[in-house]
Design a protein around this ligand. Structure first.
Ligand SMILES: *Cc1c(COP(=O)(O)O)cnc(C)c1O
Length: 359
């Protein structure tokens, strides 16, 4: 089976699959409550929150859309810098909300001062931010942007940390983030189908006053059930077994060591790229540490490279996403990768490319 180095879903370990293959348990019983409770401490540490972390059986988009439905009363400001963040604006419109966006060129990051100027125009009650824009490999300055949003009372901040969660530290409570969400198929290295998220007290209060929240994605239902270590509806219990295993591994490794490992694995890919003359798509200082996105150089047959890497070595990287498909390529270093496994990928890429090829 080919091994995935695409930025999600990523490679899932045999140990994780084994952990998922446990006999089923009922979700309205003490065994499940114990399972649910066991997940909380490490999830809370990764999110930097003392709030309960909710478990939604959905892909990340379920909770991204739900965050709007639970929070937006007047108007949402979406910060757009790539495929995922741009789409959040479309989803807000499609859901019937008043929405405005700040749009930057793909490859750029969001300037906190532009956010300040826009919010100063008034009328907004919610902001959406993608911490790590996976399509472009750009990581926003979460601290600075959160600080700006928090300086506007009554404006709540929704943060998608789908491809940064557990790869870098996140301080939800300290930064005053109101909804933080992450899908488990990115850095948590689980099969897709589950999203973890947490809500501030202000987010819960806002949701309570919101009509037509529905049921499946009602944050108040999540909060009520979480108080009893449970979920509103039957969750993907097998994925929760897998999550329990992964969180155990994360606790054993230690959060700081895990963050450092992601940073050093990411540097290995940067060094490899520099050797060959591949240029980063994102600007220095604002690049993701969980994946890398590079320009496709003139005269480089990207699709042949990707195809041969897969057929000869069994490694899969990504050939660009959305409107920069083909113009860029992306390599993930999320999850369980080590110096040794990153080196295997680098050796394989050098074999296909030619060790001394320089663009
Ligand atoms: C992958 C990704 C998503 C989409 O997640 P789904 O699980 O497909 O819904 C959203 N945001 C970011 C930043 C992502 O990387």
């Amino acid at each position: 089976m080919p091994k995935l180095f695409i930025p999600g879903p990523i490679d899932v370990s045999a140990e994780t699959f084994a952990a998922m293959s446990q006999p089923m348990i009922g979700h309205r019983g003490s065994e499940f409550e114990a399972l649910y409770a066991s997940l909380q401490p490490t999830l809370q540490a990764l999110a930097g929150t003392s709030r309960p972390v909710f478990l939604s059986t959905s892909s990340a988009w379920g909770v991204m859309e739900a965050s709007l439905r639970n929070l937006v009363q007047k108007k949402v400001l979406t910060l757009c810098l790539g495929a995922f963040s741009d789409k959040w604006f479309d989803v807000a419109k499609k859901s019937g909300f008043e929405a405005e966006k700040i749009q930057v060129e793909w490859g750029e990051s969001i300037d906190p001062e532009v956010v300040r100027a826009k919010l100063a125009e008034g009328g907004f009650d919610t902001v959406t931010l993608i911490h790590n824009e996976t399509s472009t490999g750009v990581m926003n300055d979460l601290t600075a942007i959160a600080k700006v949003v928090k300086s506007f009372p009554g404006v709540l901040l929704i943060v998608d940390s789908v491809s940064s969660f557990s790869a870098v530290p996140i301080a939800m409570d300290e930064l005053g983030i109101d909804v933080l969400l992450a899908g488990v198929q990115k850095a948590l290295a689980l099969p897709p189908g589950l999203t973890v998220f947490a809500c501030s007290e202000a987010a819960i209060e806002r949701a309570k006053a919101q009509p037509n929240r529905g049921y499946y994605f009602d944050f108040i239902e999540f909060a009520k059930n979480a108080a009893a270590n449970n979920t509103p509806s039957t969750p993907a219990i097998s994925l929760l077994f897998g999550l329990q295993y992964i969180l155990g591994e994360i606790a054993k490794e230690g959060l700081e060591a895990r963050f450092a490992r992601h940073a050093s694995n990411n540097r290995m890919i940067s060094d490899w790229a520099e050797k060959h003359g591949f240029k980063h798509f994102g600007p220095e200082g604002r690049r993701s540490v969980s994946l890398s996105c590079f320009h496709t150089p003139e005269g480089f047959d990207l699709s042949a490279f990707i195809k041969t890497l897969k057929s000869r070595h069994g490694f899969v990287i990504n050939g660009g996403y959305g409107k920069i498909k083909g113009l860029t390529f992306r390599i993930s270093n999320m999850g369980n990768e080590t110096t040794a496994t990153m080196q295997e990928l680098i050796d394989a890429m050098d074999d296909v490319l030619g060790e001394s090829t320089k663009f």
